[in-house]
Design a protein around this ligand. Structure first.
Ligand code: ADP
Ligand code: F6P
Length: 463
């Protein structure tokens, strides 16, 4: 890279993935997940450099320009992909940080790969960042980078944001490498969490498991700096999503979709990465029972569920994929008329225009994770749905429930309770639905991704 950047984002993923088709042609595709959705508009506004992996193992890609900022690809070998990404990041940390809704696995070789790759990201970032630059490290795949980077470049301002929940100390302390991970994070000047509970969990952990002095939300690292831990609930480009949903292209697509679904009276919609934290098994069972019990009529009601393929070689994800295929098949063979299934299940990723078209036509948006850092899908629905007549059903275990209090809140572990609330959302008096939706829109349009970035970066600059 010729010029070093004043502002650098570091994330496991780049905003675009390099995909090679069977015929050898190379293409770049928007990467999956909420992190990229949230940070893309921030980078377009700020400029600078985004350091991350390009999604293809065993390939080295040269830096390039994208949407007005620099992309700095960090390579991963096929073995590192297995041990650092699929292993330590997604089969150790991911389940552990999501309340062990699946069992975390602990393997020493995975930890070694995690250390190696975190070091590689720190070195690449140290090379990309200009003198005194601001560096913003993202998420659980890079927990060690703040400390490694501080050692390499003490002149930098280092922020860290965790997109997923930070677990209670009782779970975190299962980690054999807990000490190194706490110290890794404490290398930052500012560590951000999705909700105040995450920051509290972290500070309690530091108080009980280290010798550092903690004063209110600051941790004093003797002879070095103070690391502050606070909550910064992430959001979306609310107006950008709303504008997209009003484009002729999206309106036409939503009409075509309605046609395809047979103009049902009620559309329930689920949109997720195919991840066991998203509560898909519970959601589909609840919807299936409502159809089977005749409370919902497949002649006029459709449940549209789209699930982006995710982490497909990790055992728990394979199991989930099979379970969902079976469950949907079983329900659809019991209920639904000729030609139109009660559950329309699409295992694929879609362009953002198609997502917006789905949000437009959904009467009830169903977001029921067992645990989720925030959940941006809930906010996207509120921003895109054109009227105040839509209803959002939201799990109390999503970070978003702390903000979107007027949603129809459910406990996804309580199937009967969830069924009741799903029915309530679908049949509530319009004035109740509208009152709730108005409050949700006020929240989503009043707390945007721009404000999130300004709040975090403003606090980081003041450190
Ligand atoms: P996570 O970060 O865990 O995936 P979020 O709900 O915060 O969860 O973010 C998911 C992002 O991925 C959203 O921006 C959503 O629009 C997008 N997304 C989810 N499912 C699909 C899909 N099937 N096709 C395209 N985008 C999707
Ligand atoms: O926000 C959670 C998150 O895990 C991001 O860190 C990640 O980029 C995204 O979801 C999608 O997951 P993956 O990068 O493993 O496909």
């Amino acid at each position: 890279m010729s010029e070093r950047a004043r502002f650098v984002v570091v994330a496991n993923r780049l905003p675009v993935d390099r995909v090679v088709a069977d015929d050898g042609t190379v293409d770049w595709r928007t990467s999956p997940g909420g992190l990229v959705t949230a940070l893309e508009p921030v980078m377009r506004r700020m400029g600078g450099a985004w350091v991350g992996w390009h999604g293809a193992p065993d390939e080295t890609v040269a830096p390039f320009q994208h949407d007005g900022y620099s992309i700095v690809p960090v390579p991963l070998s096929a073995e590192e992909y297995e041990e650092y990404y699929e292993g330590f990041s997604n089969a150790t940390l991911w389940p552990l940080f999501h309340d062990t809704v699946a069992f975390p696995e602990f393997h020493r070789e995975w930890w070694d790969a995690y250390l190696t790759v975190n070091r590689r990201f720190a070195v690449a970032t140290a090379e990309a960042a200009g003198d005194g630059a601001t560096v913003w490290v993202q998420d659980y795949q890079l927990l060690l980078v703040p400390q490694m980077l501080r050692e390499l470049r003490p002149d930098l301002k280092i922020g860290f944001f965790l997109h997923i929940p930070f677990p209670p100390i009782e779970l975190f302390q299962q980690l054999p490498w807990r000490g190194q991970i706490i110290e890794g994070l404490l290398g930052a000047d500012l560590v951000g969490f999705q909700v105040p509970g995450g920051a509290q969990n972290f500070l309690r952990l530091v108080r009980t498991r280290t010798r550092h002095r903690v004063e209110r939300d600051g941790v004093r690292i003797a002879g070095s700096h103070t690391c502050v831990a606070r909550a910064y609930p992430i959001s979306i480009d609310s107006q950008g999503f709303a504008d997209l949903a009003e484009t002729p292209e999206v309106i036409a697509e939503s009409e075509a979709l309605l046609e395809e679904l047979g103009h049902p009276k009620t559309i329930f919609l689920g949109v997720d990465r195919l991840d066991y934290t998203k509560g898909l098994r519970q959601r589909i069972r609840a919807m299936g029972e409502l159809f089977e019990e005749g409370k919902l009529d497949p002649a006029d009601t459709v449940f549209l569920q789209v699930a982006t393929p995710s982490r497909e070689r990790v055992e728990e994800y394979k199991k989930l994929r099979d379970d969902i295929d079976l469950l949907v098949g079983r329900i659809n063979s019991h209920v639904g008329g000729v030609g139109r299934p009660a559950i329309s299940y699409l295992h694929a990723g879609f362009p953002r225009t198609t997502m917006a078209a789905m949000y437009r036509i959904a009467n009830v948006m169903v977001v029921t994770p067992l645990r989720d850092g925030m959940n941006l899908v809930a906010k996207e629905y509120v921003a895109c749905h054109p009227s105040t007549n839509g209803a959002l059903v939201l799990s109390e275990f999503a970070g978003a429930a702390k903000e979107l209090k007027q949603a129809y809140i459910v406990n996804p572990y309580d199937l009967n309770g969830m069924k009741d609330v799903l029915m309530q959302a679908a049949t509530d008096a319009p004035r109740n639905r509208q009152r709730r939706m108005r409050a949700l829109k006020k929240q989503v349009f009043g707390h945007t991704i721009e404000q999130w970035a300004d709040n975090f970066l403003g606090d980081l600059e003041g450190r």
